[in-house]
Write a protein that binds this ligand. Structure first.
Ligand code: AMP
Length: 495
């Protein structure tokens, strides 16, 4: 087995690695580091959790240890799709380069330009950036990329999902042709292949753990769920989520709940908090300071549940996450692998539970095709027929009060539609009370000759009215919370 000391890394880097507690290189490190140190372009096909960050940072630091930075001309550049990922790479750099005097700047959106300008002006060895913010700096004339000797593109497949490929191409063209490129992607979509063919020179391809691989340490479950009514879907699904979280009890030390939409992230986090869970939200529309605070809290164990979108949680490295819950089935099957890969890290056990509505079956099929197995089904915690125990999300869920019967109202002239409704067959056939059927079946019995007027009221009218109220209430709740409901989480901008 390869040892770090076999890898020709700078002695100060080796010291930092050993202090970080790493004993031996991971497969991607063992495969990529020698090529990177030899000055070769590297095409790394690896996902997060494989140690890929160190596979490019360690050789970069070793190479940058010699030489000095010039004002506004960074010597190396690392491009990441999201602010969080960029911040994480920066943290890694700080750990591995702590015994060297290298300067670093992190250029991400949501942070003032002024501070970033100051750092660039002084000259940086390593510039870590999201593409949008980097180009903003460039366009403001504050930055030159002609001094870049090493350029890293991290999580290129996510860059593609987020529409950053044109930015990446532009940045490539702003850097010298002679640069060394280290390019990482979990998957190789045709567009990614095209980019690598255009901008990498005879790269060494290193590949580990295919994207379809899910860790053996993760217990995976699928919970099929059908709401009692379309309009109650969200509310009942949130109740089911709470039931599942409660069911997991003490085994749930911390967890990430993934939603497909940013608006859903907000709704779920808000609902969980309302029901006494220690939850926080993270997605691309939130203020950067808040995102950082929430993430730090989650990492430190101060926040138990993180409700997140794919992009915001992409590549997050929190070693001990006990649970991942897919509140929505991910639309892209590979996202399933990435999401559940947040748990079961570093040899620990993890559990991943996916809630599946009937319309999401097609996405589940794709996932099972990708991971090449059928994921175990689980019953909802209250049994298959019982459904969620407590759908109390809004005012409509207050304990049911006995209704005081009111005098029947005359149907209004402008509501002719009620007439046919009243004649419809009541769906609750067991209800013996309400019927004004003309054929005499279901006649009210046991009242002698006097039947109070309210007993003669149409059951259907009440049902129809209540259904309308339910729908209206659900609509109100949704509109309150889902102002941006049509923006998919994957549209998030990282800058
Ligand atoms: P990454 O895939 O880069 O996100 O890394 C995942 C995790 O593995 C991070 O917490 C790293 O600190 C850790 N890690 C990276 N390389 C090693 C190594 N050689 N030995 C132990 N842990 C490592």
């Amino acid at each position: 087995m390869t040892k770090f000391t076999d890898l020709d890394l700078d002695a100060k880097v080796l010291k930092a690695i050993s202090e970080a507690g790493y004993e031996s290189p991971t497969p991607i490190q063992a495969a990529a580091i020698p090529h990177a140190l030899n000055g070769r372009d590297v095409l790394g096909i690896a996902q997060t959790g494989t140690g890929k960050t160190a596979s490019f940072t360690l050789p970069m630091i070793t190479k940058l240890a010699k030489g000095r930075a010039r004002a506004r001309m960074p010597r190396s550049l690392v491009l990441c799709p999201t602010r969080e990922l960029a911040a994480q790479v920066a943290e890694n750099f700080e750990i591995y380069a702590k015994h060297l005097k290298l300067t670093m700047a992190l250029l991400i959106g949501g942070v003032s330009f002024k501070e970033q300008d100051k750092l660039i002006d002084r000259g940086v060895d390593v510039l870590i950036a999201t593409p949008g913010r980097l180009l903003d700096h460039f366009e403001r004339g504050k930055l030159m990329l002609t001094g870049v000797q090493i350029m890293v593109v991290d999580e290129a497949d996510r860059m593609l999902d987020m529409g950053f490929i044109p930015d990446i191409e532009r940045i490539f063209k702003l850097t010298p042709f002679t640069r060394q490129t280290l390019f990482f992607s979990a998957t190789m979509a045709p567009e990614i292949t095209r980019i690598t063919q255009e901008f990498l020179q005879n790269p060494e391809r290193v590949e580990v753990a295919r994207q379809a691989t899910t860790s053996e340490n993760i217990t995976q479950k699928v919970c099929m769920f059908k709401a009692s009514h379309r309009s109650k879907e969200g509310k009942e699904k949130r109740a089911l989520l709470r039931d599942i979280l409660k069911m997991e009890g003490d085994t749930l030390s911390n967890g990430i709940i993934f939603c497909n939409r940013k608006s859903e992230v907000d709704i779920v986090a808000k609902s969980l908090k309302k029901h006494g869970f220690d939850a926080g939200a993270i997605h691309g529309d939130l203020d950067q300071a808040l995102r950082t605070k929430t993430l730090d809290g989650f990492r430190a164990g101060d926040l138990k549940i993180l409700v997140a979108s794919d992009v915001a949680a992409r590549g997050l490295d929190v070693p001990a996450v006990s649970h991942v819950v897919n509140f929505d089935v991910p639309i892209h099957a590979e996202d399933y692998v990435h999401r559940i890969g947040r748990t079961g890290r570093a040899g620990r056990d993890g559990k991943a539970i996916t809630l599946v509505l009937p319309f999401e079956q097609k996405h589940l099929d794709k996932i099972e095709e990708l991971v090449k197995k059928q994921i175990d089904r689980m019953d909802p915690p209250n049994g298959p027929a019982a459904g969620p125990s407590d759908a109390a999300d809004t005012k409509e869920d207050k304990p049911k009060r006995e209704r005081t019967p009111r005098k029947p109202r005359e149907p209004k002239a402008e509501q002719p539609a009620k007439e046919p409704q009243e004649k419809r067959e009541p769906s609750n056939k067991g209800n013996q009370r309400g019927s004004n059927r003309s054929d005499g079946r279901n006649k009210v019995v046991g009242m002698g000759d006097h039947v109070p007027a309210f007993m003669m009221r149409s059951f259907e009218i009440k049902r129809a009215t209540r259904r309308k109220k339910d729908e209206a209430d659900a609509q109100n709740t949704q509109t309150d919370l889902e102002e941006n409901a049509e923006t998919p989480a994957s549209d998030e901008s990282a800058t």
